[in-house]
Design a protein around this ligand. Structure first.
Ligand code: UN1
Length: 515
C-alpha cells in the first residue's frame, strides 16, 4: 500500500490507477464497516440523529449525537484540566506527539479520505488528496516548531549580570470551529496549530461532519495525546456560539463564512479583554488570461479551480478576466474542458465532480443561474445533471457577463465561473481587486512584464502563475502559505506557512539577573 502514488492537488498527469484499484477494493468494506454505526462521544449526550451523505438520498453516514449546553461546559472544563499539563509540556514532548500522530494519520489515510468522500461528496482524488495534506500539515508544522526551537529567542544582554529571552507561550484553551468543505484538512490544520503550540482544544466540526470529526478524535487518542488535551463537541451554530463565547476559552480558530467569523470578532470586542481569533473567511478569486497566455493551460487551470470539489473551496476560481483579443479562443477551450469533466457518483473512479452540499447550495445555484440569464449569457451548464441523480448534482457552469455585479463580487461556493472580456491586464486587475475578499488569484501569461504587474498589484495572499493543476487552488502545507487578505483573513499570516504557529502563542520576556 505504501508504494501507491501520493495524491496531492497538483500532481495531475500521474497514473493513479493503483490508487483507484485500492479504492475499488476498500469502498465496499468502508460502507459495510464504518457507515451506519451509532456513535457516542463523551461531550455529546443529546439526541442522536442520522446524518445523510449528499451522494444519495437515504445513504446514511450513521447516527450521531449532538452536544447539549452542559456538554459544551464540560468539554471546556475538561480542556482546562488538560491545559494544566499540556500548556507547560516540553518541546520534545510535543514533537514526539506530532510524530506519532502523523504515523496514525498515515496508517488511516484512505479511511479518512473515504469518510470525506461520503460525507461531502468529494471525488476520490479530492478526498485522498485532502487526507494526504493532513500528514504533510502535521509534519510541516512540527518541523517549523523544531527549526524555531519552540519560538524561544535569546535577547540582548543590556547589562553584564542579566540574561533576557523571548519565549512564546500558549494561550491556554483554543476553540476550533471547522467548515464542511475540507473536514479533515481544515480541522487538522487548526487543531495541529493549537496542539503543537501547547494549547488544549475543544473542537467542533461542521454539523454534518461528525463522522470525520470523530475519526480525527480517534487518531489523536491513538497517538497517545494525554486525556483532556483534545475534546470534541458536536452540533450546529448554537453549540459553536456557546463554545466561542465560553469564558473558559482563551482563543478561537475559525474557518468558515465571513458573517460567522466577523460575529466572533464582534463578540470578542465586547469582552473586558480581547482574545485572539485566527480566522479564514471566504474568497472571490480571479484568474487573468492575457493575450500572451498558453490558452490550453489556462482553460485547464481555470476549469480545475472553478469546478474541483464542485467549486466549494474558498480558493475556487470564480471569475476569469480574459483579454478580448483571445476571448473566443479561450472560451472555446474552457467549454471543451468543462464538458470533458465527468459529473456523477463520487465513488466512481472517473468522477471529477460529485454533488453540491445541501439544498441551500442548490437554491443559491439556481438564483445565480437566473441572474446570469438576466445579465449576460449562460455558455454551458446552468442545470442539474438529471439522469436519475438528485437535484444536488449540478453541471459545471460558465457564464459571460458584460459588467461587474453581484456574481463577480460575492462568494458563490458552487461550480460557477464568470467570464469577463477585458482590454488589457491593468483594467482586469483593477476589477478583480474590487471585491471584499483577498485569498487567491492566478494569471496565465508568457510575458514577464505582465507577470510582474500581476505580482505587484494583485490584492490576495496566494498568487499563482501558469498553473494547469489549478489557477487559484491547490495550496499545500510547506509550499503555499495560505494567507487571507482583506475580508478573508485578519492577521496577515496564513495557514500552511511559516507564520501560522506563532498565532497560537503569546510572547513573554524573561529577564533573569544572574548575580
Ligand atoms: C479552502 O479554503 O477552501 O488551496 C481550503 C486549496 C486548498 C483549499 C483550502 N488547500 O485549494
Amino acid at each position: 500500500m505504501s508504494q501507491l502514488p501520493r495524491v496531492t492537488y497538483s500532481n495531475i498527469g500521474v497514473d493513479f490507477s493503483p490508487v483507484h484499484a485500492h479504492l475499488d477494493e476498500r469502498l465496499p468494506r468502508f460502507e459495510a464497516d464504518i457507515l451506519g454505526q451509532s456513535w457516542s462521544s463523551p461531550f455529546a449526550t443529546g439526541q442522536a440523529e442520522s446524518i445523510e451523505s449528499p451522494i444519495a438520498a437515504g445513504l446514511s453516514l450513521g447516527q450521531f449525537p449532538v452536544s447539549t449546553p452542559a456538554d459544551v461546559d464540560e468539554a471546556v472544563a475538561a480542556a482546562r484540566r488538560g491545559a494544566k499539563t499540556w500548556n507547560v509540556s516540553s518541546l520534545e514532548e510535543r514533537l514526539a506527539f506530532a510524530q506519532r500522530w502523523r504515523e496514525v494519520l498515515a496508517e488511516r489515510k484512505y479511511e479518512l479520505g473515504l469518510a470525506a468522500l461520503y460525507e461531502i461528496g468529494k471525488s476520490r482524488m479530492e478526498a485522498i488528496g485532502e487526507a494526504e495534506e493532513c500528514l504533510d500539515m502535521v509534519e510541516y508544522y512540527a518541523s517549523e516548531l523544531k527549526a524555531n526551537n519552540g519560538y524561544t529567542r535569546p535577547m540582548n544582554e543590556l547589562v553584564a549580570n542579566e540574561t533576557a529571552r523571548s519565549v512564546m507561550k500558549p494561550y491556554g484553551v483554543f476553540a476550533v470551529i471547522a467548515p464542511f468543505n475540507f473536514p479533515l484538512a481544515l480541522s487538522i490544520g487548526m487543531v495541529s496549530g493549537a496542539l503543537l503550540t501547547g494549547n488544549a482544544v475543544v473542537y467542533k466540526p461542521s454539523p454534518a461532519c461528525a463522522l470525520t470529526g470523530l475519526l480525527i478524535a480517534e487518531t489523536l487518542e491513538e497517538a497517545g495525546l494525554p486525556a483532556g488535551v483534545f475534546n470534541i463537541v458536536l452540533g450546529g451554530g448554537d453549540v459553536g456560539e456557546r463554545l466561542t463565547r465560553h469564558e473558559g476559552v482563551d482563543g478561537v480558530a475559525f474557518t468558515g463564512s465571513h458573517k460567522t467569523g466577523m460575529s466572533i470578532f464582534r463578540h470578542m470586542a465586547t469582552l473586558p479583554h480581547m482574545k485572539p481569533v485566527i480566522a479564514e473567511m471566504g474568497g472571490k478569486n480571479p484568474a487573468y488570461v492575457t493575450r500572451n497566455a498558453d490558452l490550453d493551460r489556462a482553460a485547464q487551470g481555470v476549469g480545475r479551480s472553478a469546478f474541483g470539489l464542485q467549486g466549494q473551496k474558498c480558493s475556487a476560481c470564480s471569475v476569469v478576466y480574459v483579454d478580448n483579443a483571445v476571448k473566443d479562443a479561450f472560451v472555446e477551450k474552457l467549454l471543451a474542458f468543462s464538458s470533458s469533466l465527468v459529473v456523477g457518483d463520487p465513488r466512481k473512479a472517473e468522477t471529477f465532480m460529485g454533488p453540491v452540499y445541501g439544498q441551500a447550495t442548490v437554491a443559491r445555484y439556481e438564483a445565480a443561474v437566473s441572474d446570469a440569464r438576466r445579465d449576460g449569457k449562460v455558455l454551458t451548464g446552468g442545470d442539474t445533471l438529471g439522469q436519475g441523480f438528485d437535484n444536488n448534482y449540478v453541471l459545471p457552469t460558465v457564464v459571460e457577463l458584460d459588467a461587474p455585479g453581484r456574481l463577480t463580487r460575492e462568494e458563490l461556493f458552487m461550480p460557477f465561473v464568470v467570464v469577463r472580456g477585458v482590454d488589457g491586464l491593468e483594467a482586469a486587475i483593477a476589477e478583480g481587486n474590487d471585491v471584499p475578499y483577498g485569498l487567491s488569484a492566478g494569471i496565465f501569461t508568457q510575458d514577464q512584464a505582465e507577470l510582474q504587474y500581476f505580482l505587484d498589484h494583485a490584492q490576495a495572499g496566494v498568487l499563482y502563475a501558469n498553473r494547469a493543476s489549478g489557477a487559484t487552488t491547490g495550496a499545500w502545507p510547506g509550499a503555499q502559505p495560505f494567507c487571507g487578505w482583506k475580508g478573508t483573513g485578519v492577521s496577515g499570516k496564513g495557514g500552511l506557512g511559516p507564520w501560522f504557529l506563532p498565532q497560537y502563542l503569546r510572547e513573554q520576556s524573561h529577564t533573569i539577573m544572574t548575580k
